[in-house]
Design a protein around this ligand. Structure first.
Ligand code: GLN
Length: 303
């Protein structure tokens, strides 16, 4: 398959959407990002890499980080993880508080903020040096030791993080998190602040294509666990747009408000796309369009 040519053709088709939506501005540091950027990279399980445009420009991965956190937690806790967090699609926004109150502090899934804040709490409890061990894990996945946190973004999010603080308080009230609220929030924001580019994200997500043994900086996942992670990405990776993404793209994936999206074609490839302008659900407008056209042009999807 000539993926390079396909990516070039896709870009020409999505140019009309280049000014649709705007970058996340509820995190002040992200409001400063130039919204008119686009990058993409597809890597196959056999090691062919197809970078396109700004494939090497790093950006804030934001909620894409939740996939890495889930992988670590699943490796550490196994099936017991699901006592702390559910695995049902929420049908609500990523930062919604309503459902969490009704469901007595058990988040619907690990990819909404409430769920990922629980993952942060688990890692704080389980790891001796959470910040460094988390980074070591992500670096091992993408094969680049220069990947790191952006503390300006993390502190900027903390400063305006009223809603996530409310979520953390609700979790604490119901006894779902064990650690100090401030510690949990700060670790969650740091995980979200990790910066990577499309090339690194595609490489990192190759480990979730189930085409190889998963063993990274001491963490193991069985192929059955990876299959289940893909199931959660498919059903919950795009919050209240998960159905739409399944319908348009037909691959498991995960988005972030930095404008990144990563999708997986099991046993075949991982693809990352980045464009900061978001739709009302917090997902990249051009990113979704590009992936829709990719699976349409290649006729490759899980369905
Ligand atoms: N750090 C962001 C937040 O908690 C992550 C949200 C996202 O990328 N959808 O709001």
């Amino acid at each position: 398959m000539d993926y390079q040519k396909i990516l070039e053709d896709i870009y020409k088709e999505i140019i009309p959407f280049a000014k649709t939506g705007k970058q996340a501005d509820y995190i002040p540091a992200l409001a400063k990002v130039n919204p008119d950027q686009f990058g993409m990279c597809l890597e196959t399980v056999s090691g062919e890499v197809f970078p396109f445009m700004q494939a090497d420009t790093r950006f804030s991965i934001q909620s894409i980080t939740k996939v890495f956190a889930l992988a670590m937690c699943l490796s550490l806790k196994g099936e017991n993880l699901w006592k702390r967090v559910g695995k049902e699609p929420s049908g609500t926004a990523f930062n919604s508080l309503v459902q969490l109150e009704v469901e007595k502090g058990i988040p619907r899934n690990p990819f909404i903020n409430a769920g990922a804040i629980v993952l942060a709490d688990i890692l704080l409890t389980e790891l001796d040096d959470p910040e460094n061990e988390y980074l070591a894990f992500v670096r091992s996945l993408c094969g680049n030791d220069s990947v790191g946190y952006n503390m300006e973004v993390a502190f900027s999010e903390r400063e305006k993080g009223y809603l996530n603080a409310a979520i953390a308080n609700m979790l604490k009230y119901h006894g779902t998190i064990d650690n100090d609220i401030e510690d949990v929030l700060m670790f969650y924001f740091k995980m979200c602040s990790v910066e990577m580019n499309c090339r690194e994200l595609a490489r990192a997500f190759l480990s979730f294509t189930n085409s190889r043994v998963f063993y990274h900086s001491g963490y193991r996942l069985s192929s059955s666990q990876i299959k289940r992670m893909n199931a959660v990405m498919q059903t919950c990776g795009f919050y209240d747009e998960a159905g739409e993404f399944s319908y348009l793209v037909g691959l498991p994936g995960k988005s972030g408000v930095g404008g990144g999206i990563v999708a997986i074609y099991p046993m075949r490839y991982a693809v990352a796309v980045w464009s900061p302008r978001l739709n009302s659900k917090g997902n990249s407008v051009m990113g979704i369009k590009a992936l829709e056209l990719l699976t349409t042009a290649t006729q490759e999807s899980i369905f």
